[in-house]
Design a protein around this ligand. Structure first.
Ligand code: E4P
Length: 217
């Protein structure tokens, strides 16, 4: 399973990427606004910091304008993935990008029917939004399993990118439900390393080791 970081904070990204565990990055207009920086500059910096796919989202709403924006974004670096919303126009743009060999991430997916259309349009990734579905009173994680079943039945290559992840439990459930990737906010990514029993166990081991008076080196 691939783990992406959902951020536009380049310093935080570089710190976590040093672990070797970050396979790619996703961004969205909200995260670009949060960075307070010009989008093209941030995307270029992120693309230099990670080798894997970096999703950069179009702001246009018509497919023709999405194509113009997407081509410009794709020109920033070879690892840019053009992110488009799951709308009729978004899927028309996705189909054209597929014909041009431009990778796409179809975002704001909230139903299996939408995910089916994204795959038929030739999306590289589809992003079901787990946390926002939970907020809406649904079981967000069920959607991952439904999309997995459909994609496997019809042999679609589109990768399921679990998005709107809010907790380590979401990451585990996405993995168990067959997501190909998950995009994770930095604070949740940092929490994945931790377990109270790991900390407690390590404290005990360190204290017992100190009593031996030994040194390995
Ligand atoms: C990533 O591609 C999505 O834009 C992001 O995961 C959305 O997360 P949110 O629902 O926490 O804003």
């Amino acid at each position: 399973m691939q783990l992406f970081l959902d951020t536009t904070d380049v310093a935080v990204l570089k710190d976590l990427a040093a672990t070797g565990l970050v396979d790619g990055v996703t961004t969205n207009p909200t995260l670009i606004a949060k960075s307070g920086r010009p989008m093209l500059e941030v995307i270029a910096e992120i693309c230099e910091a990670v080798e894997g796919p970096v999703s950069a989202e179009v702001a246009a709403t018509t497919w023709q304008a999405m194509l113009d924006e997407g081509r410009k974004l794709a020109g920033v670096a070879p690892n840019v993935v053009v992110k488009v919303p799951l709308t009729r126009d978004g899927l028309m743009a996705t189909a054209q990008f597929a014909r041009e060999g431009v990778q796409t991430n179809v975002t704001l997916c909230f139903s299996a029917a939408q995910a089916l259309l994204a795959a038929k349009a030739g999306a590289t990734y589809v992003s079901p939004f787990i946390g926002r579905l939970d907020d809406h009173g649904a079981q967000g994680m069920d959607l991952i399993g439904e999309i997995r079943a459909i994609y496997d039945t019809y042999d679609f290559d589109t990768e399921i990118l679990a998005a709107s992840i809010r907790s380590p439990a979401h990451v585990t459930q996405a993995a168990l439900s067959g997501a190909d990737c998950a995009t994770i906010p930095p604070e949740v990514f940092a929490a994945l390393f931790k377990h109270p029993l790991t900390e407690k166990g390590l404290e005990q081991f360190m204290s017992d080791w100190a009593k031996t008076g030994q040194s390995i080196l």
